[in-house]
Design a protein around this ligand. Structure first.
Ligand code: CA2
Length: 154
């Protein structure tokens, strides 16, 4: 079913490399919640907002490109934490530039307080907005912002 035919807008929530380790390593930077915890809270928030989510994580750049291309078929919006690919991937940028709906770039940490290389994002060039530094709460804030973007466009 295409995005416009879906009764409930489908939002892709995409997560890049190493985010499968959340809650298991470096909690002082990335927090104590696991990615499964975050997915569960996103499903609950999306339900309250009248959205559905397709939540994915991959350690592979091409797999993330495939997911973004999939979102072109049935997705109303994309929330993406590209992790390290934020700072390196023209392929992910190019895929996002083909998507016509709202895109929110998300980071758990405040990338601007960290190493200088984290201050540059290829993905920001395609993003409607960027949320960073608020930990797992950023996922829920991204869903709130996505709902507002979609309602404003309706
Ligand atoms: O702050 C973020 O969300 C980042 O996207 C996380 C990336 C980092 O490369 C970006 O600069 C900022 C790293 C994700 C690594 O995730 C881990 C989770 C647990 C333990 C170790 C790494």
């Amino acid at each position: 079913m295409s995005a416009s035919e879906r009764p409930v807008p489908l939002i892709y929530v995409l997560n890049g490399p190493n985010l499968n380790l959340l809650g298991k390593r470096e909690p002082e930077i990335y927090g104590y919640q696991t990615l499964a915890d975050i997915e569960a809270s996103c499903v609950a928030r999306a339900g309250n907002l009248g959205l559905e989510i397709a939540f994915h994580q991959s350690n592979h750049e091409g797999a993330l490109v495939d997911l973004i291309q999939g979102a072109r078929e049935d997705g109303a919006g994309i929330i993406i934490n590209p992790a390290a690919y934020t700072h390196t991937s023209v392929a992910i940028l190019d895929a996002l530039l083909t998507f016509s709906g709202p895109i929110i770039e998300l980071h758990l940490s405040n990338v601007h307080r960290r190493e200088a290389f984290r201050g540059h994002s290829y993905v920001s060039k395609a993003a409607t907005g960027v949320i960073c530094g608020l930990g797992a709460q950023g996922y829920l804030l991204s869903l709130d912002a996505m709902a507002a973007q979609i309602n404003a466009a309706a």
